[in-house]
Design a protein around this ligand. Structure first.
Ligand SMILES: Nc1ncnc2c1ncn2[C@@H]1O[C@H](COP(=O)(O)OP(=O)(O)OP(=O)(O)O)[C@@H](O)[C@H]1O
Length: 228
């Protein structure tokens, strides 16, 4: 069985120049990999390349045994991602956004699923609010909830801890652990050592020097010690 993500000597960047040293890692079903590194080290660029939003500058990345092509329906069916802060429909309410996401991906019983997500992400009292009337942390919760509102084999999150309070961070860690335990694969970029230690099975240190694959405890320690 092919790994969910296999990146080999993957070079990423914009235009010609790579933004970091090549990265090599494997993400299996039931596992979670964290990309860690300083601001601007290249974590988001690696995520965008894994998602097919940027072409690799060198090396190779495969998702579910195939070269990445985000235009393919089969790829988009398997991969749920939350990268940007403004990827919501401004005219839809919180509940409508989640419902549309779920129905658009063929979720049966979408109404019940949305009700569960509203509870899970502490948005039940804001179900009828539009994004503009939410706080920045509540908008972040909405985007994350949408990432969980659809079926997926791979969940990709860019700094999901951003703007979340401690309780929501802990709940997110529980959800990601459950995702992994249910056989899903999780790929995150993060600066949160607790999230790495609680959720991840491996970490990759992205930098100008050769990328390093680390045990989660070692990566969490490095984030705290080197202030990544
Ligand atoms: N659209 C773009 N065009 C050109 N360069 C970019 C673009 N986006 C990011 N960069 C540059 O690429 C490098 C890596 O950025 P990236 O966003 O991948 O870093 P990061 O590790 O995710 O950082 P952070 O921890 O701050 O989110 C940075 O030097 C950044 O300035």
């Amino acid at each position: 069985m092919a790994p969910v993500v296999h990146a080999r000597d993957l070079q990423v960047g914009y235009g010609e120049a790579p933004v970091c040293a090549p990265v090599t890692f494997t993400l299996e079903e039931g596992a979670a990999v964290a990309l860690v590194g300083a601001n601007g080290s290249g974590k988001s660029t690696v995520l965008k390349t894994v998602l097919g939003l940027l072409d690799p500058l060198g090396g190779d990345v495969q998702v579910l045994g195939r070269p990445v092509d985000e235009r393919e329906t089969s790829f988009r069916r398997e991969v749920s991602s939350v990268l940007d802060d403004d990827a919501y429909f401004p005219a839809l309410t919180v509940a409508e956004h989640l419902y549309l996401t779920a129905r658009g991906h063929g979720v049966l019983g979408a109404k019940a699923e949305v009700a569960a997500l509203l509870e899970e992400f502490g948005l039940a009292d804001h179900a009828r609010a539009t994004p503009v009337s939410l706080s920045s942390g509540q908008r972040r919760r909405l985007l994350l909830a949408a990432g969980f509102a659809r079926p997926r084999s791979l969940l990709v999150l860019d700094e999901p801890e951003q703007r979340l309070d401690q309780r929501m961070r802990a709940r997110l860690a529980d959800l990601l652990r459950a995702e992994r335990d249910a056989g899903g694969a999780v790929l995150i970029a993060t600066h949160d050592p607790d999230l790495v230690a609680a959720v991840c099975t491996r970490a990759v240190h992205v930098s100008d020097e050769a990328s390093l694959v680390l045990e989660p405890a070692e990566a969490a320690d490095r984030i705290a010690r080197v202030a990544l």
